[in-house]
Design a protein around this ligand. Structure first.
Ligand SMILES: Nc1nc2c(ncn2[C@@H]2O[C@H](COP(=O)(O)O[C@H]3[C@@H](O)[C@H](n4cnc5c(=O)[nH]c(N)nc54)O[C@@H]3COP(=O)(O)O)[C@@H](O)[C@H]2O)c(=O)[nH]1
Length: 743
């Protein structure tokens, strides 16, 4: 053997060894098959099918297949390729020795196409890949299912061009399947301005790798639009810098419409709320105004209920409240408080004679003066009429209270000017002190009232502090009231007669009947019991008795042979206002037989000047009956001369207070002069009362006064004494009368 041959053989062996090692080490099963029997195979083939070394050699390749069909199927499909010298390649299921199966790829080639049944087969286990492919297919299928059946629209966009979209999106926007593919995404926007702003917004978010979610109105194929919620994600930036974006598109038009509706509803609700709020605010304002008005009305009502309308001062009920408070405070601080009871003197006369408007203005002026004179802490009230009360707290002594009361008296004393009138008024002030004179309002009021009456009794225009003795007097008036009633029933009253004399001849022309009452053997002065009778209506019964008795007596005098004698009877204001008066007098005159012209009725100046129309009517009725009228206490009140002229009165009785100092006081003399002159001018008689001395009589005579009465001639006499006096009234006038006085 030559070297070259040796070398060739050696190379061949070398190549064979290399082939052998490839044959054994490859991870692909390799077998040589002849007439479908395995003549040789590598170890990998044996392992792949689960056979031991050499076990496959001589076996039919049928052992690799699951069934005959697959075995023969392979044969018939591979033969043409093998016969053509081509590689036959296919994949199919194989079966292992243990019956398990695997997916493999088989590639076969016949080295000699003329002997196609002599071939080399390569089998590779591709089960894993097959399974992966199947899973991938399944996943893709599922994805497609989802894509096709999703209830939301899915849109795949690359560089603003629609790549793909699912049927739901096409259905939503009204496009035919596939019609949107290739369309620019801008075509989908309903509003061109959204292309820019929605796009910018979305891409700014997505570029950061975040999910973009927003709502936009998109255009449908038919030109309509729907509101959609878009959720977009950038799914990658391609090498060519283009963007792939997948959009999930949800139809929210219903929700949007609902939201719009809701927003509209909310707006309208807000408008209604705003309107209602305005209405409520207006109602609230009205309510506030009404509340304020109501409060004002209540305050007005409270003010009216608690204040005197005329003066604006607290009234009795508010005063009671204040008084309680002042007393409570005084009790706490161990101080004194004073209650001052103020009553204007002869106010009634002013009121009656000058009219209520003057009286009212006077009260207002005096109320103002009281307010100005006292401190703010002092409480002033008007109880009614001409009565005022003041409560002063924080007092140290009784003297302090007297000082305040005196100040009040002086304040009220200053004249009050009304147009052309200058009124002089005074006040009587009673004081009670807490706790000395009473521990409660009622007792303090009672005691201050009593003290005030004492001030009046002291001559008016005075201040009087309460003392325990005063109460006894007050209780005396209660006693008088009850006993007077009984005196009337038991006939314990009697009349005395004071002669009235003609100044020129000093002859008796008549008498004034004056009432007398002796109680338990004690004479009770008329000035004491008549006011009590006037306060109750007892004066009506008493007055009737007086009239009856006086007329009866006077009728008797007419038969004495003396010139006709008149009898003057005092009528209190209450009697004069009695609607039955005229009728009563008529019947008494008829009963007694006294000629009417012999009866003279005396009424005071204040009674005459009050209720002028009523007075006029009553006077005319009495005058028509023939009865004469005299004005008593003339000069002490206020008379309107024009009324005096119109009234059918026949006599003015000059008040006895002017008589006292007639001879010494020029003013009194002037007043008497004036009254007498006035009477003469009006065609009336003048009769001076209270003549006690010859000097007074002389002075009177000088004035031309026609009649007089007084102690100078006679004190009031019992009826029999007066009758005796009349019987001897024969000319020695004064002596006879004075004798009568002595009797
Ligand atoms: N409504 C009635 N009033 C009556 C009646 N009787 C009396 N009165 C009134 O009571 C007041 C006091 O009366 P009286 O105490 O009787 O005093 C009278 C005279 O006694 C008194 N007088 C008479 N002369 C003098 C005198 O010279 N000096 C002096 N100091 N007093 C004198 O004057 C009184 C008469 O007053 P007047 O009536 O004003 O003429 C008294 O107001 C009576 O009116 C009655 O029945 N009803």
């Amino acid at each position: 053997m030559s070297d070259s041959l040796v070398s060739s053989v050696s190379s061949a062996f070398e190549a064979l060894r290399e082939l052998e090692s490839i044959f054994e080490l490859t991870v692909v099963g390799i077998a040589h098959v002849r007439n479908r029997r395995i003549t040789r195979c590598n170890r990998h083939m044996e392992e792949m099918f689960g056979y031991g070394p050499g076990e496959l050699v001589g076996c039919s390749t049928r052992v690799w297949y699951r069934n005959d069909e697959e075995f023969s199927g392979l044969g018939s499909s591979a033969y043409p390729d093998l016969a053509a010298g081509r590689v036959h390649n296919r994949e199919q299921w194989f079966r292992r020795r243990d019956g398990s199966e695997f997916w493999g790829r088989i590639a076969g080639r016949s080295p000699d196409p003329t002997a196609p049944f002599d071939c080399v087969l390569l089998i590779e286990d591709n089960t894993e890949r097959k399974r992966n492919e199947e899973r991938l297919q399944a996943a893709l299928f599922e994805q497609q299912l989802i894509f096709d059946n999703a209830a939301v629209g899915i849109l795949f966009v690359r560089d603003h061009v629609v790549q793909r979209c699912n049927p739901r999106l096409e259905e939503l926007l009204g496009y035919a399947p596939g019609e949107l593919v290739g369309a620019p995404s801008s075509q989908l926007y309903a509003d061109v301005s959204d292309v820019q702003c929605h796009g910018e917004r979305a891409y700014a978010v997505m570029r950061n790798g975040e999910l973009y979610r927003g709502e936009v109105e998109v255009r449908c194929r038919d030109g309509g639009s729907v509101w959609v919620q878009t959720t977009g994600r950038l799914i990658g930036r391609r090498e060519d810098a283009s963007f792939d974006v997948i959009w999930i598109v949800e139809d929210v038009s219903e929700r949007h419409a609902a939201e719009l509706e809701l927003a509209r509803y909310q707006t309208s609700l807000e408008e209604r709320v705003a309107q209602r709020t305005e209405e409520l605010a207006a109602a609230n304002t009205r309510l506030q105004e009404e509340v304020a008005e109501r409060r004002q009305a209540e305050a007005r009502i409270w003010h009216l209920a608690n204040h005197d309308e005329l003066t604006g001062l607290p009234n009795r009920s508010l005063f009671q409240v204040h008084l309680q408070q002042v007393l409570a405070s005084a009790a706490r601080r161990h101080e004194r408080a004073a209650l001052l009871f103020i009553d204007l003197d002869r106010f009634k006369g002013i009121n009656d004679s000058l009219g209520h408007h003057v009286g009212d203005q006077l009260l207002q002026t005096l109320a103002r003066r009281l307010q100005e004179a006292l401190r703010d802490a002092d409480i002033i009230a008007r109880l009614g009429g001409d009565e005022f009360v003041v409560v002063v707290g924080g007092l140290r002594s009784r003297g302090h209270a007297l000082t305040v009361a005196e100040k009040i008296r002086m304040t009220l004393l200053a004249p009050v000017q009304f147009e052309h009138l200058c009124l002089h008024i005074s006040a009587s002030v009673g004081i009670s002190l807490y706790p000395d004179d009473g521990g409660d309002p009622a007792m303090l009021m009672r005691h201050a009232d009593i003290a005030m009456y004492h001030a009046k009794a002291d001559g008016r225009n005075a201040v009087c502090a309460y003392t325990a003795g005063m109460s006894q007097l007050a209780s005396r008036s209660f006693r008088i009231e009850s006993r007077l009633q009984r005196a009337l029933q038991e006939g314990a009253l009697r009349l005395v007669y004071q002669p009235q004399v003609d100044v020129s001849n000093e002859r008796i022309v008549g008498a004034e009947a004056l009432l007398r009452w002796t109680d338990d053997g004690q004479a009770v002065p008329p000035a004491e019991f008549i006011p009590v009778a006037e306060e109750t209506d007892l004066i009506l019964q008493i007055g009737e008795w007086v009239l009856r008795e006086a007329c009866r007596q006077a009728a008797g005098w007419q038969c004495s042979g003396h010139a006709p004698l008149s009898v003057a009877v005092n009528l209190s204001a209450r009697q004069f206002r009695d609607p039955n008066l005229v009728e009563l007098i008529g019947s008494i005159l008829r009963e007694s037989g006294l000629p009417p012209e012999c009866l003279e009725l005396e009424i005071t100046e204040s009674t005459l000047m009050s209720r002028l129309d009523d007075t006029c009517q009553r006077l005319q009725a009495l005058s028509a009956m023939g009865v004469r009228m005299a004005v008593d206490d003339f000069g002490t009140g206020y008379s309107s001369l024009s009324y005096l002229k119109r009234f059918p009165v026949s006599r003015l009785k000059v008040d006895q207070s002017f008589m006292r100092d007639l001879c010494t006081d020029a003013e009194d003399a002037a007043i008497v002069d004036a009254v007498v002159a006035l009477a003469r001018a009006l065609g009336l008689d003048a009769l001076a009362e209270g003549v006690e001395t010859a000097e007074q009589l002389e002075a009177l005579r000088d004035t031309g006064c026609r009649y007089c009465q007084g102690y100078y001639f006679s004190r009031p006499l019992p009826a029999e004494a007066f009758a005796r006096l009349v019987a001897v009234d024969d000319g020695e006038r004064v002596a006879v009368l004075r004798k009568g006085l002595a009797a």
